[in-house]
Design a protein around this ligand. Sequence first.
Ligand code: FEO
Length: 408
Amino acid sequence: MPAPANILNAHQNCFIMKISDNLYYVGVNDRVKHRFEALWSLPGGVSYNSYLIDGERTVLVDTVDVAFFAEYLEKINAVLQGRPLDYLVINHMEPDHSGSIALVRKYFPGVRLVGNCRTMEMVRGFYGEATDGDLVVKDGDTLPLGDRTLTFRLVPMLHWPETMVTYDAAAGILFSGDAFGCFGALNGAVVDTQMDTAPYWREMERYCAAILGKFRAPVRAALAKLDGLEINMICSTHGPVWTEEAPRVVDLYRRFAEGALQPGLVVCYGSMYGNTQRMAEAVAEGAAAAGLRRVVVHNLSVSPLSEVLTDVFRYGALAVGAPTYNGGLFPPVEDLLQRLVHRDTPPHRLGFFGGYCWSAQAVRVMNDYACRLKAQPVAEPVEWKQGAGGDELERARELGRRLAEGLV
Ligand code: FEO
């Protein structure tokens, strides 16, 4: 495969990346949005990747957030140079990728959409677009383009029901939609061999935990379906194009899907006036004293939720601590536990600690969550009334030691 090349189209001052024979990156960076899906922080931005095949037939693979359409259109036109657009393949309908479909149709009126029946239903539902004459594909269907053939594989619930991937067998290129994606805008280069990929690995774990955390089983099913394909290049909808490091990407997703956890402890707590925080520190001290080297402490009133979830999906032990609040659990802690219940959270070595002033509720509620997580705490929860004293702190250190057992 020839080395990717940067192509500057001087006429339109439009920077286009040729990433393979007749294949161009025409995606955009979003460095403006604060929260992806209005939920997940984006300290390094995010890219919306789109690809344009400019061979015997012209094919756009996925689009971009409609807010970036002007920039996107300029890139498409710079590649096509007046040629018509034959097909738009839609791997995923979430609007960060489908948002420009209607405008693509407006500017390229002859284009045929390519998607499965659920895709077409969403095209009609989201954008009011008629889909008569478009190409409805089923799992395993192919689209001959003359100089290459695209094969479509349905991978439902990754993370929407219509999700599919598109494979170019001759070149070994997988257009994977959200699968194998990550947070983080692209900083000049697009292909992994032309950049320092170090910042993207944590962002990939964060993407998995935040976006795909409920869908580990469909990710496993998708990986099984893709097993055996020769993959030279992964073109996902977020983050770098992966070539040399594609096996590492697949391995990261496989470990996430299988719930493989590393030895380590995450201590998650909320604290209004410092008592629960002292207990959280004591749990961490106990685990560290037992020889556990990877101990992460998150104040849930401060740490971004996606960072917390990333560590919960990374490490094998989890300690959660909270004060009682309004006859229940301190809200940021309850929010985390709800998120874990509503995800396919891998089983952890679990421990709780909770305080109260006059009505002991925090530990009771956390025990309810342990049942919903189908987890058996490794020890009795540590509970204290009002100020946490030396005895309670020692019990918290002991909880940390118990959580570290088997992980050192
Ligand atoms: Fe990147 Fe599920 O959209």
